[in-house]
Write a protein that binds this ligand. Structure first.
Ligand code: TRP
Ligand code: SF4
Length: 330
């Protein structure tokens, strides 16, 4: 007898190009999960509207680039169902139905609601859609009845709200439709950017999967180091240097040890130290670059993958929505 594979669902917003932080944080996790689980991965393009409704000019481009990044980095469409949110109208329908029963107070107390508004002062985020962001996310999740949702820690409040909404639905309609989705946390520590702060699109300190090799090398060259190391002869402290953080991620142990020792005695200079790690990053990214080029040259291949993924996802979403409307007697 075979037990059915557990189901996994996750999504990403197409709000920019994918960088090393997203890659190591989320994609590595997704890639391992697809070996043993029934995986659904989707691009949350409607979610991108919650902060970008006033300028949608790049959303389509980012959706495509994100899909290319996923596939090039090893998400395998033969094992995982890859799709785009806006192709599945059931996400919008379930969002509407859930919005009828979600108390506004649950949404207002969601920590990311206030934090994001504080952080993005230049946009008017006092909208209905922005407040309802987690309701749309709950719809995304519940439609697929997943066992696990791989996410970063920042998404835990959204997942908790998803579970609360599922319970509320069951209480009101006296029918258990949704299994409780559990988080599958990413183990990878946060990745620093070229300025030493957390790698993030909004800081402009990223190394993107789509950056060509010369750009990656240039970004490494201008990356901040231990600020106390002004001259080549000054000893440095790798513990406070973001370049050393990259070594810990990308270099083999002997090199990590060598850098750790030689930085402190000024036996190695920053230029050489950076070159060592740049070579390793280039080695990691090279197969991704090749796969990206291949996919970019064959656009219909990507279209076919998304078409087939969206078809498969649609079948699941439709079945769940039928359970929902039956329970609600509408
Ligand atoms: N909110 C998620 C993020 O910003 C993206 C997302 C949308 C998502 N719907 C989802 C993640 C459903 C997991 C499951 O990263
Ligand atoms: Fe950082 Fe390397 Fe320079 Fe040390 S030698 S300060 S680890 S870049």
């Amino acid at each position: 007898m075979t037990t059915p594979r557990k189901r996994v669902l996750s999504g990403m917003q197409p709000s920019g190009l994918m960088h090393l932080g997203n890659y190591l944080g989320a994609l590595e996790n997704w890639k391992t999960l697809q070996d043993q689980h029934d995986c659904y991965f989707f691009v949350a393009d409607w979610h991108a509207l919650s902060t970008n409704y006033a300028d949608t000019s790049r959303i389509r481009e980012f959706v495509r680039e994100l899909l290319i990044d996923w596939l090039a980095a090893g998400i395998d469409p033969d094992r995982s169902t890859v799709f785009v949110q806006s192709r599945i109208p059931e996400h919008a329908i379930l969002h509407l139905l859930l919005s009828m029963m979600v108390p506004v107070s649950w949404l207002e107390r969601n920590p990311t609601y206030k934090e994001k508004q504080e952080e993005i002062k230049e946009k008017d985020l006092g909208t209905y859609g922005f407040l309802g962001y987690p309701v749309l996310q709950a719809a995304d999740i519940l439609l697929y009845k997943p066992d696990f949702v791989p996410v970063g820690k920042d998404q835990l409040p959204h997942l908790e709200l998803t579970r609360e909404l599922a319970r509320r639905f069951h209480d009101i309609y006296k029918t258990a439709v949704f299994p409780e989705p559990k988080e599958h946390l990413t183990k990878f520590p946060k990745v620093l950017g070229t300025d030493g702060r957390k790698m993030s699109k909004s800081y402009g300190n990223t190394i993107n999967l789509s950056d060509p090799e010369p750009v990656v090398r240039q970004k490494l060259k201008t990356m901040v180091t231990d600020p106390a190391r002004v001259r080549r002869t000054d000893p440095g402290n790798p513990d406070i240097c973001p370049v050393y953080d990259f070594h810990k991620i990308f270099s083999p142990l002997p090199v990590i040890d060598q850098v750790n020792r030689e930085c402190r005695t000024a036996a190695i200079g920053c230029i050489d130290c950076k070159k060592l790690v740049a070579d390793k990053i280039v080695e990691t990214l090279s197969p991704i670059w090749e796969a990206r080029a291949e996919l970019t040259q064959h656009p219909t291949r990507l279209d076919d993958i998304v078409q087939e993924g969206s078809r498969k996802a649609g079948v699941v979403a439709k079945a769940t929505l039928r359970d929902v409307t039956d329970a609600m007697k509408i």
